[in-house]
Design a protein around this ligand. Structure first.
Ligand code: FUC
Length: 792
């Protein structure tokens, strides 16, 4: 094995791809993923995206394939179904739980309140094929994704002639743009074709040519294999769209023919592709034409310049290094294999960190829909879990890096979407539970933002805290950005609606005198009831009470900032004072997941919902030592029983380790994440592909280096032993403080802090804790003793 990888390393050192090689010759470090062959399957293809529109690039020299994506490609519409259930049903349901009839309660909750399973999925936008009809020998193959500039490149020689293809997904010009170039005297001969997979045998698009150089693909998203209420429910209507493509060339000819563009003798070509949908625009066809005319009036170089500048404004904010990048001379898939074979690759860890930032910038920009379970990249008509928005961790995890990695603007799509959900959630609260105030959201939703319950199983579907968890993002957005306007006009109204629902949902427990939330479930998990059979519904559960407590606390903190003291805040305080605790320890020292210490059928379950208060919540810290210890015990128990099996669960584990200052486990979980959950294109695998793990990993890395949830900044709280030297800059702490950290031999060497406002901040490194003064926009540079380097 060893000899093999050494030979491989030597071989690849001589045969590195031309971009990498060129860059190294020029002494420029390129942050890239790169490969020596075309992608054979989708999980090897490389993603580009402008937040809404994107593609997976295969780089095939025979027939190049770009699988296309757009974030509003959904069947159906906003009108599917109404909330179910009545107030009487809720009373009856609670009575069953009070009487300990949990199996009946499990059945009742689904029968009365749920729409059962609904399958309607985010879908592929289709495919672009470039048929090169190649005959010659292909050598010097290179396929790469430059993360700094967000440019994908495919290059190779054909019978000695150089061919180069560059692809960008531009946000500023709202288009995919592909440039093709050859040094061959006779130029390139190729066909351009657009298509989209059939939906259960029915065509989903029609493709026509326009003028002599355009292809137009018109269609509507359908899902003939749709399911509603567990029954087949063919959806023959959905979002309408138009994809429009124009080719321009230098030299050669373009001939339209039967829905195809034929290009001959072309030395240089640029293909411009736009997609507009009825979700965003009533006049989407006119918009597509307008968009195409605008983008096609610019040269590729100009578009590339505009795109790289725009992308760089986000990407360049953060820099992370763990020392040597020598292994950049190895193709990414070979490096990954080396890692899987047991050779830890620290620089690949930094690449995956950067990739998380790249993916968020590419799948979530102001005005777009939020990143779904696959970001925007999806080649299915019916995707795993519908590539939708799961609210019991997945959607939130997508946005974990947004604040800490200094990408706060990219959270806007989450808030725009959540505000839509809030409107639907108010209706659901009223109709489904008879609760007149506030809003509720269940475990999953989709483009149309339904908030009602839809699942045939109580243990995943009847969870009611989607909105409560989202409320944390609103409050944290304020804590990080200090944007008072956002707090007043977006965060507080959202938090208040969620709190109002909870206030009316809570029931006084006759025995404890505490407010209890029920029916409750703990996401996707079940316990063994007294008869030894699995049950889901319980009278209170850890996560529910932790989330409710957090919503109440954060709403009260927000009210304080906003100087609000009214009936609502008074009522909130009273309910909060008597709320059932969300963190209760069992006799074995672990945190209870439900109301009682039940036996667990799946001891290594992937969700660690009862540790919400440790992360992403902040109620369990060093300042609560017993709970802190119990959290560690809870995690160890899960891991001993095969926990963290999925990519996202492993990524979450890294953040847990960070919060518990458990460096050794963090190191181990990072290695396992690479070894088990990362594919050749560095996408996270549940399996299958699920992008939350990518984002969770990037957030977890920062959590190891900087924490700010306790009211002060912790520097290098959980630095893994093998990250002995390194640096990170541009990351953010709560209070809108930008932080740079450099370390050597596992010890801090320099800390820099900068804030746009003059303020004091408390900082802790090891045993040293100091209160420091920051002057507006003036970086404060500190040494390992947290003494100012500048003033000395
Ligand atoms: C949650 C998880 C699953 C999966 C799905 C999309 O329901 O429990 O593992 O990630 O979301």
């Amino acid at each position: 094995m060893r000899i093999q990888s050494l030979t491989l390393a030597l071989f690849t050192l001589i045969s590195v791809g031309c971009n990498q090689r060129d860059a190294q010759n020029k002494g420029v470090e390129v942050d890239e993923l790169w490969y020596e062959q075309a992608a054979e399957d989708w999980m090897q293809a490389l993603p580009v995206g402008n937040g809404r529109l994107g593609a997976m690039i295969f780089g095939n020299p025979d027939i190049e394939h770009l699988q296309l994506n757009e974030d509003s490609m959904w069947p159906g519409g906003p009108t599917l179904g109404d909330s179910k259930g009545t107030v009487e049903d809720l009373v009856a349901l609670r009575a069953l739980i009070d009487q300990g009839k949990v199996h009946q309660a499990d059945k009742f909750i689904v029968d009365k309140f749920s729409h059962l399973e609904v399958t309607r999925s985010h879908q592929t936008a289709g495919d672009l094929f470039l048929d090169f009809k190649r005959k010659g020998e292909v050598t010097d193959y290179y396929r790469g994704l430059d993360l700094d500039k967000a440019v994908a490149t495919v290059s190779y020689k054909v019978d000695g002639d150089q061919f180069t293809e560059k692809i960008i997904a531009s946000n500023v010009d709202d288009a995919l743009i592909i440039s093709l170039e050859t040094t061959a005297e006779k130029g390139l001969d190729f066909d351009i074709q657009l298509s989209r997979p059939m939906d259960k045998g029915a065509p989903t698009v029609s493709v026509t040519t326009h003028n002599s150089d355009e292809l137009i693909m018109d269609g509507m998203v359908t899902q003939r294999g749709g399911v509603v209420e567990n029954k087949p429910y063919p959806m023959q209507e959905g979002v309408e769209f138009q994809t429009r493509l124009r080719a321009t060339t230098e030299g050669g000819t373009i001939e339209p023919s039967d829905g195809i563009l034929e290009l001959n003798g072309v030395r240089k070509a640029v293909i411009y592709l736009v997609t507009k949908t009825s979700f965003y625009h009533q006049d989407f066809k006119a918009k597509a034409q307008e968009n195409l005319n605008e983008v096609a009036s610019k040269s590729f170089d100009e578009l590339l310049r505009r795109h790289s500048q725009d992308f760089g404004e986000f990407y360049d904010r953060v820099n992370f290094s763990l020392g040597s990048s020598d292994l950049d001379s190895l193709p990414t898939d070979k490096r990954l294999q080396r890692y899987k074979d047991g050779q830890v690759d620290l620089d690949l860890q930094t690449k995956l960190f950067d990739y998380g930032r790249y993916l968020l910038i590419s799948s979530s920009r102001e005005g777009t829909n939020p990143a779904n379970l696959q970001g925007i990249w999806n080649n299915h008509i019916s995707a795993p879990w519908n590539a939708d928005y799961h609210l019991n961790i997945n959607l939130q995890m997508n946005y974990w890096p947004s604040m800490v990695a200094n990408l706060s603007e990219l959270q806007q799509p989450l808030f725009d979407f959540s505000d839509r959900l809030l409107q639907r959630g108010k209706k659901t609260a009223k109709e489904q539970y008879g609760i007149q105030r506030g809003a509720v959201m269940h475990h999953t939703t989709d483009l149309w933002a339904p908030a009602f319950m839809f699942s045939s199983q109580p243990y995943w579907g009847s969870w009611i805290h989607g909105g409560g968890w989202l409320a944390q993002h609103y409050w944290d957005h304020y804590r990080f950005t200090q944007d008072a306007d956002f707090l007043e006009n977006r965060a507080y109204p959202f938090m208040k609606e969620i709190a109002l629902f909870y206030m009316d949902w809570l029931q006084k427990d006759a025995t404890t005198g505490k407010w209890v939330s029920y029916p409750e479930t703990s996401p996707e998990n079940s316990y063994l009831a007294a008869d030894g059979k699995p049950a889901a519904v319980s009278k209170g559960a850890a996560m529910g009470h932790q989330i409710i407590a957090e919503v109440f606390d954060n709403a009260l903190s927000a009210a304080k900032v906003l100087n609000i003291n009214d009936e609502f805040t008074q009522e909130l305080k009273a309910k909060r004072a008597d709320l059932s605790p969300g963190i209760v320890l069992g006799e074995d020292g672990r945190i209870l997941e439900w109301d009682k210490p039940y036996k667990e059928p799946e001891k290594g379950h992937r969700h660690l919902s009862h540790l919400y208060a440790l992360h992403p919540g902040d109620a369990i810290t060093e300042a609560t030592p017993e709970q802190f210890k119990a959290a560690k015990k809870t995690i160890d128990y899960r891991l001993e029983h095969g926990g963290a099996g999925t990519g996202w669960s492993r990524a979450w584990m890294i953040s847990f380790n960070a919060r518990l200052f458990d460096k050794a486990s963090a190191e181990e979980n990072i290695n396992k994440f690479f070894q088990i959950s990362i594919a050749d294109n560095l996408f996270d695998e549940h399996p299958p592909f699920q992008i939350d793990g990518n984002f969770g990993y990037t957030a977890g890395v920062i959590e190891l280096l900087l924490q700010s949830h306790e009211g002060f900044l912790r520097i290098l709280p959980s630095l893994p032993e093998n990250w002995s030297e390194g640096s990170i800059s541009g990351i953010k702490a709560r209070g809108n403080i930008e932080v740079g950290i450099t370390w050597d031999q596992n010890k801090l060497t320099q800390l820099s802090l900068v804030s746009p406002e003059t303020k004091s901040v408390e900082v802790k490194y090891g045993d040293i804790k100091k209160k420091l003064s920051l002057k507006a926009d003036q970086p404060l540079i500190l040494d390992a003793s947290l003494n100012s380097k500048t003033n000395n």
